[in-house]
Design a protein around this ligand. Structure first.
Ligand SMILES: Cc1cc2nc3c(=O)[nH]c(=O)nc-3n(C[C@H](O)[C@H](O)[C@H](O)COP(=O)(O)OP(=O)(O)OC[C@H]3O[C@@H](n4cnc5c(N)ncnc54)[C@H](O)[C@@H]3O)c2cc1C
Length: 480
């Protein structure tokens, strides 16, 4: 029997790929999924009403690259094609992404022509940043922070106004701490192998692209042909984990909710014992852990303290989410994806997503304000309340967007330790953890955002890879 620890997207995707693998190989694998809460989906949670959808976690998915296409293949296989709402290149949410600098909103350049023009808040046309990269000397490094890398290659303004807010948008993190080798691997390799980003990019244009040797579903082909920017799911992203969970249960996976695993004891290379909060013991031939690294650290500490220490070295940050709905017919915002606030502005908010522009069928204006992240404790202290975050979010909305109406509905959530931070050396840290597991022959695979990337695509691809790389699991039922 194989046990999947955690019922977020990582755990559900692991179940999906194990089932696919199982069917292909005619195995008779017994699968069990253990989820601590009463819900499968992890951070993916949507509140749906007839007037609006509030997304409390993720809302959009990128269709590009191997991992983006892989997710679309899965979506089609699950019968979700009809539910997808694509944002194509001519959509305002694709064209208008803004930053808030010195009390003003500025649209970030998105066309080739704008590279040659001066766009506020940048003091020169962006083409100068490219010249800077071409003439800057190459520096051999094992890894670096994204901020240092971009400042070195493209200048301080690009680091402050384009990249630092982008990192807030991706992982609510500080670009001065996040690993360039992990989050911008290709650009870092261009510098390390070719002496600069532009030089590397030029050379790569003459090399053959092995982007998509995988079979593409009709949905993935459509996304490529129509050049989707991002997409979401009509009625809320929660439909995705809901459908995955049904797929698992329809295929006889035992999904156990309200089952928090509290300890793991590894017996040998094909047997592990898990104890849950109800005092049940479960043995499995192999464990696929998709729970956050810090949560797994607690479960293995007794038997493997060194492994627990390494798992705890992956930091996480807390994010405040304030969803606001305005039942006003006239448009309250310019159509755009939303805006991010560069950390240099020292604002209490990370950014605002204009959900009524990105998510279809909203009856009015819907905004989501994101707060805290890497700076949560510094800005809001240890006892931040939901009311406090709501008040701050509403004040910033009045100040920045000049919306004077009271929201008709709101929802506030403090997502504790929700996003991992891929700080400098993340690759090596994860290698060390997986090496420890291999050297000690522990029957466990590590899946999910703690290790292999923050986005939905990364988590699904992580599950696929870990299933492909894990030993063939055999069937025995032993639930005492
Ligand atoms: C606010 C926010 C916005 C985001 N926006 C986007 C976006 O727009 N696009 C995008 O691509 N990605 C986005 N992401 C990232 C994406 O949501 C995550 O990467 C993904 O959902 C993580 O899935 P996971 O399965 O790895 O982890 P989780 O969702 O954390 O799932 C882990 C599960 O394990 C369970 N668990 C924990 N401990 C135990 C235990 N001891 N026993 C049993 N179960 C346990 C938890 O209850 C949880 O259900 C966002 C994330 C957040 C937080």
């Amino acid at each position: 029997m194989a046990a999947i620890l955690g019922g977020g997207l990582g755990g559900l995707s692991t179940g999906y790929y194990l089932l696919k693998n199982n069917l292909n190989n005619n195995n008779n694998l017994k699968l069990i999924l253990l989820e601590a809460t009463n819900y499968c989906g992890g951070w993916i949670k949507s509140i749906r009403t007839k007037d609006y959808v509030f997304e409390q976690g993720p809302r959009t998915i990128r269709p590009k690259g191997v991992i983006g296409l892989n997710t679309l293949n899965m979506m089609e296989d699950l019968g979700l094609s009809e539910h997808i709402a694509a944002i194509k290149p001519d959509h305002p949410a694709a064209k208008n992404r803004m930053i808030y600098v010195r009390n003003n909103l500025h649209v970030l350049p998105s066309s080739l022509i704008s590279v040659f023009q001066k766009n506020q808040p940048f003091s020169k046309p962006l083409i100068y940043a490219l010249f800077n990269d071409i003439k800057s000397p190459y520096k051999e490094m094992q890894d670096d922070s994204i901020y240092n890398f971009v400042e070195r290659r493209f200048g301080k303004e690009i680091a402050d106004y384009a990249i630092a807010p982008m990192i807030c948008g991706i992982c609510a993190g500080d670009a001065k701490e996040i690993s360039v080798k992990f989050l911008m691997k290709t650009l870092f390799e261009y510098e390390q192998n070719h002496g600069g980003v532009v030089k590397g990019l030029m050379k790569s244009m003459f090399q053959s692209k092995s982007d998509t040797n995988m079979d593409l579903s009709e949905l993935a082909k459509k996304a490529q042909e129509e050049k989707w920017n991002v997409y979401t799911i009509k009625g809320g992203l929660e439909t995705f984990p809901d459908t995955l969970q049904s797929y698992l249960t329809d295929n006889k996976v035992e999904v156990n909710l309200n089952t928090q695993v509290e300890e793991i004891q590894f017996i040998d290379s094909s047997c592990a014992l898990m104890r849950d909060s109800k005092g049940n013991n479960l043995t499995a031939n192999h464990i696929y852990s998709s729970i956050p690294a810090y949560a797994l650290a607690k479960l293995v500490r007794k038997q493997h303290p060194a492994l627990a220490d390494n798992l705890n070295d992956i930091p996480f940050v807390t994010v405040g989410i304030v969803n606001l709905y305005f039942d006003i017919k006239e448009p309250l915002i310019e159509p755009a994806f939303g805006f991010l606030v560069p950390p240099i502005e020292n604002s209490p908010i990370l950014g605002v997503v204009f959900d009524s522009c990105c998510i279809p069928d909203q009856n009015g204006t819907v905004l989501t304000v994101m707060l805290g992240g890497r700076w949560f404790k510094e800005k809001f202290g240890d006892d931040a309340s939901e009311q406090m975050l709501l008040d701050i979010a509403k004040k910033e909305i009045v100040k920045i967007l000049n919306i004077k109406f009271e929201p008709t509905a709101h929802h506030v959530n403090i997502l504790k330790q929700c996003i991992p931070q891929y700080v400098i050396g993340h690759y090596e840290r994860v290698d060390k953890i997986r090496e420890y597991i291999a050297v000690h022959n522990l029957p466990i695979s590590l899946v999910g955002c703690s290790y292999d990337g923050v986005g939905i695509n990364d988590v699904i691809y992580s599950a696929k890879k870990q299933v492909e790389d894990s030993p063939c699991v055999t069937v025995t039922k032993d639930y005492t």
